[in-house]
Ligand binder design. Structure first.
Ligand code: NDP
Ligand code: MG
Length: 380
């Protein structure tokens, strides 16, 4: 039995991780979990899964849960709690499905504690990929991708050698606004942006998909996970989300991973790797689908993707700025405080205002992250 520690249990990836655990009661046991503010859901989860450790975002919520549950369930809060969940002594694997760069420090701590990490939390790799990868290499940690594109690449890489890769081809559904011109993006509402054609995901990543920043973050994520130069990472629009990504090898052969869009597949693969367990659910029927489409990405229309390539190539602290400006701007957009196109304007302005620092340490990353968020708020 594999004991699982889960950060971000109440989110879209968190809930689907719990589905996988529920479907395989003989194979997996939830031993620790963290949530943010959603205490109602947390209560139900504690009753169903009886984890040994639970962490919530706020102290008051931790206190009220502590009164409700027996003292055998340890209840913590804040960053300290997240770190304890990340490093829980019983856990064989940590699923990091928390949202945003708040996942960075617990991830670094989990690496130091020798945990295997199934990583969905892409912002952690974007904001400080060099620190995470350096620590993982030093400790011999396995970072197993959960993001569907990176899982596809990881699956296509089995039995292959990384040195034989010519390029990675990441597919993009195109998000909610793939068929709109730039003019048609003026004044789009939060409701419209949240209406993703293929995937049901958390609000932030759905907005990132609409702005194409999600693909930008994924390019940077792929750079770190597969040690690939940016010139060897390409993105192609593929509206059906059936091919989840591809590897082109030096001999011109291309390996792809296909499947119906269901995040439980890559989540489960990260938990069962190198094995595969049965999954219930719909099988891919290519005859039913009939046609798959591929289109070139328009970097003038999807400027966030261009900014992400720029930030990645500049390197150092620039990706921290890209991520923080994006996180802050998406939160403001979701709160109806700025327009959709303000997201990319803010990111461009924040990047232009930043003097890059090469190989920033953790403290510098935190300073730049905070400074960038404050800068974005000051433009309101
Ligand atoms: P959600 O917004 O649905 O969930 C985020 C989770 O993180 C929730 O459990 C939330 O708690 C918790 N959380 C948020 N902020 C804090 C905080 N400050 N402290 C503690 N906990 C916090 O996000 P998703 O599940 O969509 O995404 C999670 C990560 O996975 C992201 O990095 C995303 O890019 C990545 N990802 C997601 C995919 C998807 O299909 N959803 C696909 C590929 C990658 P609560 O709700 O209780 O407040
Ligand atoms: Mg993805």
């Amino acid at each position: 039995m594999k004991k699982v520690s889960l950060m971000g249990a109440t989110g879209s990836i968190g809930l689907q991780t719990l589905d996988v655990i529920r479907e395989h009661p003989e194979e997996f046991k939830l031993t620790a979990m963290s949530v943010g503010k959603n205490i109602e859901k947390a209560r139900k989860m504690i009753m169903e899964f009886s984890p040994r450790l639970v962490s919530v975002q706020y102290k008051e919520d931790a206190e009220s849960l502590s009164r409700e549950f027996p003292s055998s369930i340890k209840i913590l809060h804040g960053e300290e709690g997240l770190v304890e969940v990340a490093c829980h002594q019983d856990a064989d694997v940590l699923v990091n499905a928390v949202l945003g760069s708040v996942g960075l420090y617990p991830t670094l701590q989990a690496i130091e504690a020798g945990k295997t990490i199934a990583i969905a939390n892409k912002e952690t790799l974007v904001t400080a990929g060099h620190l995470v990868m350096e620590a993982a290499k030093r400790k011999g940690t396995s970072l197993l991708p959960v993001d569907s594109e990176h899982s596809a690449i990881f699956q296509a890489l089995q039995g292959e050698k990384e040195k034989n890769i010519e390029k990675l081809i990441i597919t993009a559904s195109g998000g909610s606004f793939r068929d709109r011109t730039r003019d048609e993006l003026v004044g789009v509402t939060v409701h419209e942006a949240l209406n993703h054609p293929n995937w049901s995901m958390g609000a932030k990543i759905t907005i990132d998909s609409a702005s194409m920043m999600n693909k930008g973050l994924e390019v940077i994520e792929a750079h770190w996970l597969f040690d690939m130069p940016y010139d060897q990472i390409s993105v192609v629009q593929h509206r059906e989300s059936i091919i989840h990504s591809m590897i082109q090898f030096h001999d011109s052969s291309v390996m792809a991973q296909l499947g119906t869009p269901d995040m439980r597949v890559p989540i489960q693969y990260a938990l069962t790797y190198p094995d595969r367990f049965h999954r219930p659910g719909k099988r891919l029927d290519l005859v039913e689908i009939g046609k798959l489409h591929f289109e070139e990405m328009d970097l003038d229309r999807f400027r966030c993707l261009a900014f992400a390539y720029d930030a990645g190539r500049i390197g150092g602290s620039m990706t921290t700025v890209l991520n923080a400006a994006n996180e802050a701007s998406v939160a403001l957009f979701l709160d109806n405080k700025i327009s959709f196109l303000d997201i990319e304007r803010n990111i461009e302005k924040a990047m232009n205002a930043h003097k890059v620092i090469h190989k920033p340490d953790l403290e510098t990353i935190y300073e730049i992250d905070l400074h960038t968020r404050r800068l974005v708020s000051s433009w309101l």
